[in-house]
Design a protein around this ligand. Sequence first.
Ligand SMILES: [Zn+2]
Length: 207
Amino acid sequence: MNKTIKISLAGAVAIIIAIAIAAVILNDTAQVVIDAGHGGNDVGAEYNGRYEKDDNLALALLVAEKLKEKDIDVGLTRDDDSFISLAKRCKIANFKKAQLFVSLHRNSANNANGVEIWVSSKKPEKDIQLAENILSALDEAGISQNRGVKSGYARGSGDYYINSHSNMSSCLVELGFINSEQDNELFDKNIDAYAEAIADAIIISLN
Ligand SMILES: [Zn+2]
């Protein structure tokens, strides 16, 4: 084999590898992306050594597992205790061209309990429907109080970042208050049922 053929063979192999990598990247889609709020140095809300980031991750992993069992193509913004910026979380969901984006959190306030779900103030029906489906499924699984679907942002004007920077229907679930003993007991006892409820509600919300 002469030198020119060797070089062009190497070139062809490089091109084939590049195409294969591009195909894998372009195929990196998901029907649903689940976001475990906070992570790493950002622990989220905290109560007696209990970190919101850990509850969010445990629940997100379970929801993803339930969705996979039901043949739903699901992606996660994080699957370990690492810090991911809000911008990156939205980029992941947008890049994967997800139909639905669900962010999981736990709330914190004095003397409050129950579950509420936030949607963007500018988003259409579909987001509200997704949030309502998740909330009624959780209500059925057993929560201390149904605080309703809310739009906007709890601490001022505007919207939660993940709701305003994602291209698809999205919502932010506040699954009980981390400083409510009652909500924590329910969360620990029902985490599997909550994950199942969220997964089922997501499935009925898909096109
Ligand atoms: Zn949070």
